[in-house]
Design a protein around this ligand. Structure first.
Ligand SMILES: [Zn+2]
Length: 447
């Protein structure tokens, strides 16, 4: 078989993929090990900057929680690598494709079924980790408030939702790959972009309420303060909601979401319970900072540009036989995204769009992993900007104390490994974040 020979493009891809996967694993395990060592080493004492505010018990709980999560993450890394190799080089995806081919015959329906079956199987294979995380780790640290019934209900709902929204989208993309000519990826990009925008728009109003209840703020005194702030910042006053996060977890948070008239700031009830009026105002001001700086819109523009590049690349590699043979899918290709197969008459063509899409989605993260720190860097920059905005619109000291409460209540470690944090953290570590706020506070009181 010519495609298996040394130095063929196919062999080169296999080797590049295997090396990239090994490198990624090495980096992930190395970073996680650094994090575990760093947190364990600083477990015995609260860092000086927080000594007055955080009790030692809370600090040690945060350390133990971080270590417990790291253990699960390590297992998950190993399992993820096994699955990835299983799907690709060891022939899992090829076997699933051939099985469905024998059962359904070739066609668009078979390719959609392939994507659906893949999603279902890999979802099931990841499920034990999610259950363990919720009912063992979160439970042990007193965060879990979900029940097996609620958890299963969520699972069922999100699976049905993914099928209802995802299957038509996948079918449309696969159809475009087959029917829209060599520039299909441009059409698919238009569809994908439109879909993302639609999702951003309907998520807060139609999808999130399937899982949680969203109520307008009730407390009158608080409402007056936050309404004044929202007016100052030019944000529609009807856009503030309280979510019953306590149904599932004791973790507290707040976020900004949505597009156009659907945008809103959401406070978890668990957060509201823990903060005083000044702190709520400061946290809201931080979220409004994301809104004023257009962080969501900017992030989406970057995502759209990346997906355009990705789809163009997929458009090219999906036409190359070595893309399939190099990643564990049986060859015998003719090039219009089709392969002839033993069970078909000569000249018949087997659509392979679903195979191409899945292989691409499996393999690209192994290479794009190294862009993660860049994305984390820009995310942390956004957080600093939102903090600076909050410091100007509300009281910096109130935001600092709200953040400290959040760290303590969520058992987030105050002593992450610096390299680990640089690589992964979407939010700046506590020391840096509070440092900037204290500086803003000093400037304010000096003025
Ligand atoms: Zn933020």
């Amino acid at each position: 078989m010519p495609s298996a020979s040394l130095f063929s493009p196919s062999f080169f891809l296999t080797a590049a993929f295997a090396c990239a996967l090994a490198l990624q694993l090495l980096a992930q395990v190395g970073l996680l090990t650094r994090q575990v060592r760093h947190v364990a080493r600083h477990r015995s004492a609260v860092p000086a900057a927080f000594a007055e505010k955080i009790p030692l018990v809370a600090h040690q709980k945060a350390a133990d929680y971080t270590l417990a999560k790291a253990q699960v993450a390590l297992l998950q890394l190993a399992w993820g690598a096994v699955l990835l190799l299983g799907w690709t080089l060891l022939g899992g995806l090829d076997a699933l494709h051939q099985g469905l081919l024998a059962w359904m015959g070739p066609g668009l329906g078979q390719q959609v079924a392939l994507v659906a079956a893949f999603a279902l199987i890999s979802g099931l294979l990841e499920l034990p980790f999610s259950a363990y995380q919720t009912f063992v780790v979160e439970q042990r640290f007193g965060f879990n408030q979900s029940t097996p019934g609620l958890w299963l209900g969520d699972l069922l709902k999100s699976t049905l939702l993914a099928a209802a929204i995802g299957l038509p989208l996948v079918a449309a993309v696969l159809w475009l790959m087959q029917a829209a000519g060599s520039l299909w990826w441009l059409w698919a990009w238009g569809l994908w972009t439109g879909f993302q925008l639609l999702l951003m728009w309907i998520f807060p109003t139609f999808i999130a309420p399937l899982f949680n209840q969203f109520q307008p703020l009730e407390d009158a005194a608080l409402k007056e303060r936050v309404t004044a702030l929202m007016q100052r910042c030019g944000f529609a006053a009807k856009g503030l909601f309280v979510m019953d996060g306590s149904r599932r977890s004791a973790h507290a948070n707040a976020y900004f979401t949505g597009l156009g008239n659907a945008k809103r700031v959401v406070f978890y009830d668990t957060l509201l319970k823990k903060l005083d009026v000044d702190e709520v105002e400061a946290v809201l001001a931080h979220e409004l900072g994301h809104f004023r700086h257009r962080h969501i819109a900017k992030r989406m523009v970057v995502m759209f540009a990346i997906s355009l590049g990705g789809l163009a690349l997929l458009g090219w590699v999906s036409q190359q036989p070595w893309f399939y043979t190099g990643l564990g899918v049986a060859p015998t290709l003719d090039l219009a995204l089709g392969a002839s197969s033993a069970m078909l008459a000569p000249g018949d063509s087997v659509p392979m769009q679903g195979v191409a899409l899945l292989l691409f989605m499996l393999v690209v993260p192994v290479f794009s992993f190294w862009l993660g720190p860049l994305s984390a860097h820009f995310s942390r920059r956004d957080e600093f900007q939102a903090d600076a905005y909050a410091a100007a619109q509300a009281q910096p000291a109130a935001l600092a104390s709200a953040l400290l409460k959040l760290y303590e209540d969520n058992a987030a470690t105050l002593t992450p490994d610096p390299l680990y944090a640089r690589f992964y953290y979407s939010h700046p570590p506590a020391v840096e974040r509070l440092g900037q706020l204290h500086q803003a506070g000093r400037l304010e009181s000096a003025a």
